[in-house]
Design a protein around this ligand. Structure first.
Ligand SMILES: NC(=O)c1ccc[n+]([C@@H]2O[C@H](COP(=O)([O-])OP(=O)(O)OC[C@H]3O[C@@H](n4cnc5c(N)ncnc54)[C@H](OP(=O)(O)O)[C@@H]3O)[C@@H](O)[C@H]2O)c1
Length: 361
């Protein structure tokens, strides 16, 4: 039977809510000569989806359904006649970037040209007793790609002599970053900031020191004391923020090496912690005084807002590290597509410990 139902979780705009919509797809005719059709088996949620939806003002976007999610794992079920590296039956995973896309990964089928949507690879195996390879492979591409971009995209040569400070040690992006840093780049010291209850687990991922944001003392004092004590006055080559924290800026000279040493302050969020349930649109975009210190001829430190890029290099490295057991994503919870609202709620709680994954069977 060539005609199938293609269910997708969609929204129209920022007041429409979300729903599972379904349309008929003819598997014999829905793809071009350069395209493959993937039956998605699992997709991961990302805060960025819910943040983007907040910006889908009715006056800005059209009335067509828009989709969620970028990470996917699944089976190739159709292959165009010009496609070279994929065949029917391949199990694949990857990152499908889009904004307000008609096609996302939180649905049954994905049609793409693998030479253009090139962040796609054959699925590596995890042999995990708890989660299927589909679940685990849907959980890593976007966060691994973001961490990869931070570590390799700005000309830094990080290695055994380097030190990294991670603000938000428990986020999925940071759990990828620490594993790449310690297990691949062999970075000497990675310090993480997280809640006290996460210390034990985060240590197993490779953090050398952990600092609590929910303890008696403020994090900046704790980090500067660490530098003056155990870190032997050595400052950081990279401060990586995955939560939106501005408390280090007044003391950055005490924490980050000089900009001439190619040190960087990077963020994947911005300078403010976003409340996923109610992103204040203009608050997120409003310029801050701190910007004067970052840009222009009198720049005081190197600063970058890191954005994931869809490229083949990070997926290749991710697969390599997974196969060598040097990287594994952390899973918070797995939900069926029919219960996708529970998955959204879990993500919105901002307490997810790892990826929230949706299975699509
Ligand atoms: N720029 C990009 O391309 C890109 C790509 C992916 C994600 N992002 C953004 O990166 C951010 C992180 O996303 P994610 O999916 O990795 O993480 P996430 O799953 O949203 O992170 C949840 C974790 O954050 C920690 N946390 C909460 N409040 C904190 C605070 N005040 N200080 C430190 N940690 C805190 C909590 O752990 P503990 O309380 O145990 O520490 C919780 O487990 C999101 O804002 C997302 O939109 C950006």
């Amino acid at each position: 039977m060539s005609k199938v139902a293609n269910r997708t979780v969609t929204f129209i705009n920022n007041t429409s809510g979300s729903a599972i919509t379904s349309e008929e797809l003819d598997l014999n005719t829905c793809f071009g000569d350069n395209e493959i059709v993937i039956k998605i088996r699992a997709a991961a949620l990302n805060p960025v989806d819910l943040i983007i939806q907040n910006f889908a003002f009715s006056w800005l976007v059209n009335k067509e359904p828009k989709t969620y999610s970028r990470d996917y794992s699944g089976d190739v079920v159709k292959v165009g006649k010009n496609v070279e590296n994929f065949k029917i039956g391949d199990k694949v995973c990857g990152l499908y970037a889009h904004i307000f896309g008609r096609q996302g990964t939180l649905g049954d089928y994905l049609i793409l040209d693998p030479t253009k949507k090139c962040a796609i690879e054959q699925m590596p195996r995890f042999d995990d007793p708890k989660y299927s390879d589909y679940v685990l492979n849907a959980a890593w591409p976007l966060v691994f790609g973001t961490a990869h971009r931070a570590l390799f995209g700005y000309g830094q040569k990080l290695g055994p002599e380097s030190q990294i400070l991670v603000i938000g040690a428990s986020t999925s992006v940071s759990t990828a970053l620490v594993q790449i840093a310690k297990n691949y780049l062999r970075v000497g010291t990675v310090v993480g900031i997280c809640s006290q209850k996460s210390f034990e687990y985060n240590r197993t991922l490779g953090f050398d020191h952990l600092v609590a944001y929910d303890g008696d003392k403020d994090v900046v004092s704790q980090v500067t004391e660490l530098i003056e004590g155990e870190l032997d006055h050595k400052k950081f080559d990279l401060v990586f923020d995955s939560v939106g924290n501005d408390s280090f800026f007044p003391k950055l000279d005490d924490v980050l090496k000089d900009k001439n040493e190619n040190s960087y302050y990077m963020t994947v969020v911005g300078d403010r912690k976003l409340n996923y349930t109610n992103v204040s649109k203009w608050e997120a975009l409003k310029p801050k005084r701190e910007m004067l210190k970052r840009y222009g001829p009198f720049r005081k430190y190197n600063y970058a807002t890191v954005l994931t890029q869809e490229n083949a290099a990070f997926v290749k490295l991710g697969c390599e590290l997974i196969s060598q057991k040097k990287y594994a994503p952390v899973i918070d919870s797995v939900h069926e597509i029919e219960n996708y609202t529970n998955a959204f709620e879990r993500l919105l709680s901002n307490r997810a410990k790892g990826k929230v994954v949706v299975e699509i069977n």
